[in-house]
Design a protein around this ligand. Structure first.
Ligand code: RIB
Length: 305
């Protein structure tokens, strides 16, 4: 089996403000600490997969601003294949404004910029890359039409697609049916099912309901409470590793990246979720998106703790 992972998705510059508490509308809060880092859910997944040991090709679209070269250089340092990253003239690289409070909770707004310039024609140009992939990992910060096109194409090519429905977005039933693995948190599950998912019982029920709609399996992530998975043959709950969170930004992205690495290595889904939970547990103890993604050695240290 091929060991290659293809991640297609967003790449952003993250402008981060650490504040004592998140403001209410109209309020100004002083005393923040500012950081600028590399982020974007797609890029964070790619870095999460690469640092955890995956052979990763990342497909994305950057702007023609001063950030693009530095972002690509940073991916290369992580051993990511960047040959299929485009740059689009007269468009800005995607940008995210992130506020983080003292408990590590965040709120994020995103200007997609160049991420929305990744088009179906670009996906057609990477057929040979897709055909070599063992798993394709996706999220929802690229243009909806492009995302739909990729899901359809991967299905036609017989590639196993993992979709993290973040940020939440409507998907047609025929596209849900083409997903090998759907990963959602409680609010994304609630969005898809149009019903509240506010406790573990509701999350488990949501996972079972969604599992009837996808090709294979569903994971509902529950933050510090762990994750619940439903596969065609079993369902199980795994607890999260106990750590003190500094910043939860990108914890879900790192989880998805590390999970994909583990699946490529033919770990069972249960083992893969444990591995991914260890990765995201390390990530939340650090500030930033890609900066927080752990190496394989750090994940193994958390697993052995
Ligand atoms: O999931 C975290 C990411 O969401 C950040 O890196 C930011 O860029 C936004 O896309």
């Amino acid at each position: 089996m091929s060991k290659k992972i293809v991640v297609i998705g967003s790449s952003n510059i993250d402008l981060i403000m650490q504040v004592e508490r998140l403001p209410i509308p109209g309020e100004t809060i002083m005393g923040g600490v500012f950081h600028q880092t590399f982020g974007g859910k797609g890029a964070n997944q790619a870095v999460g997969a690469a640092r955890s040991g995956g052979d990763v090709t990342f497909v994305s679209c950057l702007g023609d601003d001063s950030f693009a070269d530095a972002i690509i250089e940073s991916f290369k340092e992580d051993g990511i294949n960047t040959k299929h990253i485009l740059t689009k003239e007269k468009v800005a690289t995607g940008t995210a404004l992130i506020m983080i409070d003292q408990a590590g909770e965040n709120c994020i707004t995103v200007a997609p910029g160049a991420n929305y310039e990744l088009l179906p024609e670009h996906i057609d140009a990477i057929d040979s890359v897709l055909k070599e992939a063992s798993f394709l990992l996706l999220q929802c910060e690229i243009h909806p039409a492009t995302l739909s096109y990729i899901i359809d194409k991967a299905w036609e090519l017989g590639i196993k697609t993992i979709l993290n429905l973040a940020p939440a977005r409507d998907l047609l039933p025929e596209q849900l049916a083409k997903l090998h693995l759907l990963i959602v948190n409680e609010s994304e599950a609630a969005f898809l099912l149009k019903s509240p998912v506010e406790n573990i019982e509701q999350a488990q029920a949501a996972a079972h309901q969604l599992a009837t709609q996808v090709a294979d399996s569903v994971i509902v992530t529950l933050g510090a409470k762990g994750a619940y998975a439903v596969t065609p043959s079993e369902n199980f709950m795994l607890e999260a590793f106990k750590v003190k969170a500094v910043d939860t930004t990108a914890a879900g992205d790192v989880f998805c990246g590390a999970l994909t690495t583990a699946l490529v290595e033919e770990m069972s889904l249960k083992e893969a979720i444990r591995f991914a939970s260890a990765a995201s547990a390390v990530a939340v103890t650090r500030l930033g998106a890609q900066d927080s993604a752990p190496t394989r050695a750090e994940i193994e240290a958390m697993l052995n703790q």
